[in-house]
Design a binder for this molecule. Sequence first.
Ligand code: HEC
Ligand SMILES: [Cu+2]
Length: 490
Amino acid sequence: MKSIIKKNLITKMLLGLGTIAFLSGCVNDQSDKTYANAEEIPVNKDQAMMAELTSPPFVPTPVGKRMAKKLIVDLEIQEREGEMVGGVKYVYWTFGGTVPGSFIRTRVGDEIEFHLKNHPDNKLPHNIDLHAVNGPGGGAESSFVAPGHEKVFSFKVLNPGLYVYHCATAPVGMHIANGMYGLILVEPEGGLEPVDREFYIMQGEFYTEGAYGERGMQAFDMQKAINENPDYVVFNGHVGAMTGDNALQAKVGEKIRLFVGNGGPSLISSFHVIGEIFDKVHVEGGDLINHNIQTTLIPAAGAAIVEFRVETPGSFILVDHSMFRAFNKGALAMLNVEGEENKRVFTGEIHEGIYLPEGSVIQSMPSLDRKKPKEEMKALSFEDKMKFGKDKYMATCVACHQGNGQGIASAFPPLAKSDYLNADVDRAIDIVLHGLTGEITVNGNKYNSVMTAQALTDEEVSNVLTYVYNSWGNSKKEVTPQMVEAVRNR
Ligand code: HEC
Ligand SMILES: [Cu+2]
């Protein structure tokens, strides 16, 4: 992911320069008129401007005093492999190739023409819900887009503030958990007060089949997600996105502004900078400004604008102050401040990276070694199998195949009255054990998506498939653990 970020950055910086040149040409457009209602702010539709989009931790050029405009946002959804932490691979679903997605910067009254593209190599349909939108689903319904397609919709930004956007395609939690979130800033008329440096940081948690640091490609783990028990809690998509060589940089005396978001999907963040006090916090990203804050709470799918002046040189550590997340799950970033020591403010010794060694290893107590899974209860009667199978279905399959096995059009095939399911039991067992990808036809409709392997025991697979085969008009087969074992061993 690192190289991708750099490449994006260069093109985005070039784009940024173009925007500045363009902007300085239109500053004279400024009108003195003020509007009681943001809906009334006019835009010149012939003077559309391409929005500058940036990858984290960078943000686009401030809007300054420019007038409201028609702003074209061109965002491409990419499902791509990245590295969660050394040796651990993950397939991220992204808005613009990064987690969090590209930063979008607008001002009140802008009319946004949003182009959402779903890259043809992607496997799944997606959409976008922008919390800055006043309209149904935040744009979700209008933007639902299949791989290889583009959707265009438009909205006017009315409320200044810092807003989260995210994918809202079912299962929503899973799309967010795979990285589909980002921030859109709506600056007030005249722009935010200028500062020396601005950065874009977003927390999010990841649920993987393997424990923290377990090497190789890691699949998303639905059960851990439902339990809200993530293996990784990180800033900007992976462990170490802003530490070491990637640390944020500043100079003594500078005013720093952080646009901090929390993608969740579930945890809230106790955002704190070790060794700093926030001079100003735009609480929850809105108008309310609080002063002299140590830790600010950022809800799932919420944001805050945090401002502080750095008075002394050194390494400042950004954390979710739920400390095990910071030191054992990755929620830690660094801001390196260079410059003259300021003895009036701080006289102690300065150690760079004092907290880092702890962040890079997982510490475990010998007594906390993982316990063996409990011997599971066996379903002896057919009724038990149906009961256990239904429980497993509601826990594992329901998010995609839905409560009555009806599926979701063009995303998840139906299991109810499924000709594909009923044609071949061993194939169905194989799908649950090993997952499925590639084009299939179910009841005359084509699907070309991915089902990940489900980590279930033979007993569980036999129960869940027995339940599926004996529900919703299917062929009433009973699947035994022996049948599952045979498929597993072939
Ligand atoms: C994360 C979403 C997801 C989950 C969870 C999931 N599936 Fe699937 N399933 C899919 C997708 C997507 C396909 C189609 C894959 C393709 O296009 O190649 C599929 C295909 C299938 C098929 C073959 C097609 C059909 O409709 O008959 C069966 C059978 C199936 N799943 C059973 C299950 C069972 C049983 C579970 C729970 C143990 C489960 N799936 C959990 C997404 C999921
Ligand atoms: Cu999505």
